[in-house]
Design a protein around this ligand. Sequence first.
Ligand SMILES: C[S@@+](CC[C@H](N)C(=O)[O-])C[C@H]1O[C@@H](n2cnc3c(N)ncnc32)[C@H](O)[C@@H]1O
Length: 307
Amino acid sequence: MTAVSADTGRTSQAAAAIRHHYDVGNAFYSLWLDRSLTYSCAMPAGDDDTLEAAQERKIRFHLDAIGAGQATSVLDIGCGWGAVLARLAETHRVARAVGLTLSDEQAAYVRDRGYPGVEVRTDNWLDYEPAAPFDGIISIGAFEHFATPADPPAEKVRLYREFFRRCHGWLNQGGVLSLQTIAYANMSRDDASAFMQREIFPNADLPTLAEITAAAEGVFEVRSVSNGRLDYAWTCERWARRLRSRRDEAAGLVGPETVARYERYLKLSALGFRMGKICLLRIVLRPYDQRYFAGSGDRRYFAGPGE
Ligand SMILES: C[S@@+](CC[C@H](N)C(=O)[O-])C[C@H]1O[C@@H](n2cnc3c(N)ncnc32)[C@H](O)[C@@H]1O
């Protein structure tokens, strides 16, 4: 089965699953996320840090990883409500920043901000065809949504490899991919919570670190990997506390059942990170030179001088 036929149908399922979670409403998320509406693991300096500062530090980590100071074009795959795009436009004055999301509400929110040089698209990366390559790519908290529980492990790796190959093709010489994702750690996917898979993130399955590195092999060099699982426990606990303190307002917006579901999900997630069942990977990747791709048929790397 070719990559294209295997992925037909995947994009519409993914869009429906994303809408289930992210189109609950911008007003609801703004009650408990930080001001920038960043919806991914923060990097707190210590237990007393504020969510705002910790999210800012995380965004800075990824911008530094791709060298945003020197970049003129950046792609954000899974841009959420646009916190990274905002920094690219306002702090780095990057001429072209493109964000991909599957959520109409998120896309509308980013468009309304009118950031200069920013384009937001409701496109799955599987369907995206950029007009020109980028100096850097950031993807935070989207990789978790790429595979489904129905995908056998080999299919997950194939799909992740497709992601890496496309990112490779979309990068200019010297470009870097900064990836952040939750992954299974001391648990197998058979032990995944049915509540999370059915009610919170339908049709999504986490990767393992081994699947990610197998998929990247020969395409990207792994420059660094770090595990911020306790940072994510901290982040979920902060979100849960903030949601609890605005429970009545939240219930007025989305109903008490949805609020209870979110409180349960944030509590379970924090526990999973604290226990090391799941982890939070920050992976900085540099493309291997196209000429040296394994199996590309190009033998220049192996050929002797003058050949
Ligand atoms: C948890 S949010 C993270 C948002 C943002 N990066 C942040 O840190 O706040 C996940 C984002 O990934 C997007 N996403 C998930 N799967 C995607 C796909 N296949 N193609 C494009 N975007 C995707 C969702 O629409 C959403 O914007």
